[in-house]
Write a protein that binds this ligand. Structure first.
Ligand code: OSB
Ligand code: MG
Length: 370
């Protein structure tokens, strides 16, 4: 397929509620939508996941925009591509900037699947007809509000609860939560808020039979996590530290992680996400799909990826209504009894709602072959 045209839309959408982690609070979501056109008039869609500020990783909306406009789109425009796996090789001279790369690589995957009249899940080798989902709950104002939120999402059917922890809101909160919800599949995500100096506190996590503790230590560490894991029964799950298959291999070999959170953006696209999935499956390491508070297009890519067999734990891909008054796809993503049905229509299998997209677009840049 020939890539004849690419469009970047800068988007702004307000979330229903602010989302707080150990690194900050977000309510307005700025991101980019990517449209990739082929010579036959097919269109593939992708969504960028970097946030406004470099709190989660070093990339931001503006760095992604810069990379896309000045480096990645010029590399892709006019190229003949047989398979989306080639996009990664095309981008390999550009170091890092995985979220920028993933935004457009995902659009090429959607385009490829649409051209071949198969679903994105099928193009990736996914087998599940529905995926089991959990929910990630941000830090709340007080304990009662947290309990209410959890109960609400359990009533909606979510299969696993993830809470955010930070110094000063950790062991005590988890202990009280376990009193209220003794049996609920529960995990905690620290977003790198601790160091090995907190080892005595972290060892207390073992009291709560958590499914796992996500990214307790530094965002760029795999050494200290291995030291911590030796002293912890609770499995460690790495999120921020994993940017590639190589990172995953090293972390697993060192014993730094027993589970991996796969985020398409963080690892540079669907091809690398699938490679990590395949490697972990071979090693008997379960994975699950993380989230970046995506709108509908990014959410659709996560759903397709999660249909692969080694996505063992429920992921963070919740329904559209958890984030948005009105999502940008038709139909919206719905969760029923804790499951999302994997679409079977060509490509991402959801239709971009062009009116809604128009409404949330703040800038638009078209790029064509010379
Ligand atoms: O660490 O997984 C994370 C949200 C923003 C930044 C980082 C993370 C998260 C989440 C929410 O946990 C996942 C979602 O609901 O999309
Ligand atoms: Mg995380």
């Amino acid at each position: 397929m020939q890539i004849t045209e690419v469009k970047i839309r800068k988007m702004k959408m307000r979330m229903k509620e602010p989302f707080s982690t150990s690194f900050g609070t977000m309510q307005d979501k700025h991101f980019m939508l990517l449209e990739v056109h082929d010579e036959m008039g097919n269109i593939g869609w992708g969504e960028s996941v970097a946030f406004d500020a470099p709190w989660y990783t070093e990339e931001t909306v503006e760095t992604s925009l810069h990379m896309l406009r000045d480096f990645l789109i010029p590399l892709l425009l006019g190229e003949k591509i047989e398979h989306p796996d080639q996009v990664g090789s095309l981008f390999s001279p550009i170091r890092g900037n995985n979220m920028a790369k993933a935004a457009i690589e995902c659009a090429v995957w959607d385009l490829y699947a649409k051209r071949n009249r198969i679903s994105l899940a099928e193009a990736l080798g996914g087998q599940r007809q529905r995926i089991e989902v959990g929910i990630s709950i941000g830090i709340q104002k007080d304990f009662n509000q947290l309990v209410e939120k959890i109960q609400h999402y359990l009533d909606e059917g979510y299969k696993r609860i993830k809470v955010k922890v930070k110094p000063g809101a950790d062991i005590d909160v988890l202990r009280r939560l376990r009193d209220v919800f003794p049996e609920v599949p529960l995990m905690a995500d620290a977003n790198s808020a601790y160091s090995l100096a907190d080892i005595d506190l972290l060892k207390q996590l073992d009291e709560f039979s958590l499914l796992m503790i996500e990214q307790p230590l530094a965002h760029d560490d795999i050494i200290d996590h291995a030291i911590l894991q030796k002293q912890l029964k609770t499995p460690i799950c790495l999120d921020e530290s994993i940017h590639s298959l190589e990172d995953a291999r090293k972390a697993i070999e060192l014993g730094s992680t027993k589970v991996i959170n796969v985020k398409i953006g963080r690892v540079g696209g669907l091809s690398e996400a699938k490679r990590i999935h395949d490697y972990c499956m071979e090693k008997g390491v379960p994975v699950w799909c993380g989230g970046m508070l995506e709108a509908g297009i990014g959410r659709a890519h996560n759903i397709a990826l999660t249909s692969l067999p080694n996505f063992i734990f429920p992921g963070d891909t919740a329904g559209s209504s958890r984030y948005w008054e009105k999502d940008i796809i038709e139909p919206e993503v719905v969760v029923e009894d804790g499951y999302i049905t994997v679409p079977t229509a060509p490509g991402i299998g959801f239709t971009p709602d062009l009116d809604a997209i128009e409404k949330f677009t703040t800038d638009l840049w078209p790029f064509r072959e010379e």
